[in-house]
Design a protein around this ligand. Sequence first.
Ligand code: DHB
Ligand code: FE
Length: 324
Amino acid sequence: MTVKIFDTPEVQDFLKTVSGFDQSGGDERAKQIMHRLLSDLYKLIDDFDVTPEEYWSAVSLLNALGGQTQFGLLSPGLGFDHYLDMRQDAIDAEARRVGGTPRTIEGPLYVAGAPEAEGFARMDDGRDTDGETLWLTGQVRDVDGNPIAGARVEIWHADSKGGYSFFDPTQSEYNLRRTIVTDAEGRYTARSIVPSGYGVPEGSPTDQVLKLLGRHGERPAHIHYFISAPGHQHLTTQINLAGDPYTFDDFAYATREELVIPANRIEDADEIARRELDGPFSEVTFDIVLTATDDPELQHRHARPRAKEDEQDKASQLAGTAKV
Ligand code: DHB
Ligand code: FE
């Protein structure tokens, strides 16, 4: 088929009408963005000769994604989260906020309001006996190497089956989610269990999209962090445990060389006793460097719908139905 109508005055005028250009109400930025988006999609339909069958199956897929609140899951898979990070890195470089620990994506599975502790917290509820004990520790410093006492280190991760509490209703409330405030030397320590890698739910709409692209939906074993301290830029990051088959093949593109950390298995009886454990464990050390900023807005995580952050936000609460 060779029909091409996109460049005709009729279609170009129609796009302006559909985008509300001839209406006085509404939001100017929304109109401009919708006009660009619709123009790109109309052109795509013309260029690829998209059939009605293809168009309506795409609408069905979008309905399925929305119905299972999976846009937040698909977004990292299509690279949007990493792309936003790349843009933020460029903004920071231009403002000379450099030298800190690299950021990487938040992901869709954060839950606000985890219990807080000073210096040390146990994160697991003791029920996941398949998970080896993890001893996770580190120091928060500024770019000159000074320790930052009183920094808030919020950590969350999956269990030994790759599931996150709240989204996985079989886990106890806030299992594997804690906020630890650093001690006088800027240190934090957590006792937890070694997480497993994570995969998008098999057969889900997100999985269907990835399969169409010949891709998998697997993430390596990883641990999420939010770190904040007055006078410093809020940092959203993750560590990926070294040696996982997906460490450098992450469907969410969150891996960064500096954030790949080895887990050291420790079997020494004295070391086990010193931590009051009863068997071998894996130790992970992750030190964090924060850049300085006077801008109060940069000192907090950016706004985004998050589970339990805003009790009015039913959409993020519903992320629980995503069964991840
Ligand atoms: C997804 C899941 C994660 O645990 C994560 O850290 C990032 C992305 C996802 O399902 O898209
Ligand atoms: Fe995750």
